[in-house]
Design a protein around this ligand. Structure first.
Ligand SMILES: [Zn+2]
Length: 281
């Protein structure tokens, strides 16, 4: 059982957007035993959610604030802050991180907060941090996402790949040669894959944010001004829940969101409203 206790701690330090992190690897046997704790029978089966199509206002810029790798230390702080400030956000969660009743409850709370907050799929194992090997075995990788879809009870077929900003929407695939095979499989069974346009980076030793909220607000403005995004006028921001676990950094997140909210041209949305997704219901 030691790995059940250790994994959330280890995963706290390492995230999506990084190279090969052998330090956090967990032997495959142990991972499987963690997954088996969550049998499908135990999964919450609340009523399926329905995503309503959005009519975009061409005078607005759409902001998709996303938090990766929860449930973990910091998820609740981000969740409560988004609710308090009244902004929409998406949590891409990892199946095996939901390893305790408390963490499972956080996942449920997030799912139940739709349409303000969206729960989405960020794999079951986060590739064990070994991204190259994970994506080379595309069928196993696809099954890793199917498992997370069930164990987390994710409402829509929306995925973010661990450690890789690939995109798959209706008729559009944008991926590296490494991730293309799994993207094609996931596309063929109706999944959408959402990458990111800008990242609020974190220090890989402390997990604390690198940029100030003011700097990140400027990055957002500049990226929108230059139209340097996957889809014009639609900006996806990547952050990680654990970056904001301490109060001073929760305050940084609050400052960032407030700065964006002050711009009346910005509209916060959840990623189920990203343009051109395949049918969600
Ligand atoms: Zn991640």
């Amino acid at each position: 059982m030691l790995h059940v206790i250790l994994f959330p701690f280890l995963s706290f330090l390492f995230g999506c957007n990084e190279g090969n992190k052998d330090k956090q690897k967990t032997p495959a046997k142990q991972v499987n035993s963690v997954i088996k704790v969550d049998t499908i029978k135990k999964v919450d089966t609340i009523k399926a959610l329905v995503s309503t199509p959005l009519n975009y206002d061409t005078t607005k810029k759409y902001i998709y604030l996303t938090f990766d790798d929860g449930p973990q230390n910091g998820t609740d702080a981000c969740f409560e802050l988004c609710k308090k400030l009244g902004v929409k956000a998406t949590f891409f969660m990892v199946g095996r991180h939901a390893a305790t009743p408390h963490l499972k409850q956080i996942v449920k709370n997030i799912k139940n907060a739709y349409p303000q907050i969206l729960l989405a799929n960020h794999s079951s194992t986060h590739a064990n941090g070994k991204y190259h090997s994970f994506y080379q075995h595309e069928q196993m990788a696809a099954e890793d996402f199917y498992l997370a879809q069930k164990t987390l009870d994710v409402p829509f077929k929306i995925i973010r790949l661990p450690g890789n900003t690939s995109w798959v929407r209706e008729g559009k695939l944008r991926a590296t040669s490494l991730t293309k095979p799994v993207c094609k499989i996931l596309d063929s069974v109706g999944y959408n894959i959402i990458g990111w346009d800008v990242e609020w980076n974190f220090n890989h030793k402390t997990a604390n944010p690198v940029e100030s909220p003011e700097k990140m607000a400027r990055v957002v403005a500049k990226t929108l001004e230059n139209n340097d995004m996957n889809v014009k006028n639609h900006l996806v921001i990547l952050t990680h829940d654990r970056m904001f676990r301490n109060q001073n950094y929760t305050d940084s997140l609050a400052k960032f969101i407030t700065l964006l909210k002050d711009n009346k041209n910005y509209v916060f949305e959840t990623v189920d409203h990203y343009p051109g997704l395949k049918k969600l219901n």
